[in-house]
Ligand binder design. Sequence first.
Ligand code: PA5
Ligand code: NI
Length: 191
Amino acid sequence: MSTATQPFAAALDTATGRVSPQGPLQERRLSDLEGLYADAAAWRAAVDDGDPLVYTVSAATVPEQAGQVPFSITTIEPGDVAGELYMTKGHWHTADEGEVYVGLNGKGGLLLFDGDAHRWIDLSDGAVGYIPPRWAHRTVNTGSEPFRFLAIYPGAAGHDYERVLRGGMGARVIRDGDGRGYEVRAVEAGT
Ligand code: PA5
Ligand code: NI
């Protein structure tokens, strides 16, 4: 029998953020986001005080290989570190490959950075965000409930996290004064 990936249907549980059949399941705690929050002292204090779960990625059983098209649901919990909202680490693709994000539930958005300019796309209410090749991308929970989205990407895209650690994302997403809204605040490259 062929060992090639077979056609299949997956179920997306939008209430729990799980794909089934389930491939890799990844949990990221605040300690996994070292060096990414502006306020390092507040980050350290929150890590020492229970190291909360920030996001979970539930991936389908599709290999990250050229020609394949993996997909996954990310769930970002609500929260912030000294006002800077819970977010994914963010990455560049190592190959010139794009990606599609589909908002499922909750409030959130997609921060993009091409090394020079940043963009913000709101993914609340089922919006579809398109990430062209050569744009770093990070998602942020801007609400008070879990934010979930589906990601679909070429299997040969590859993930470079170091470049975001070194060069930042061109902006930070901060709760605004009354705690209900948010601001996408431009920052110097590398900060
Ligand atoms: O493929 C993607 O871009 C997403 O599935 C992300 O990997 C996921 O949202 C987690 O973000 P990160 O890979 O930046 O930790
Ligand atoms: Ni990606």
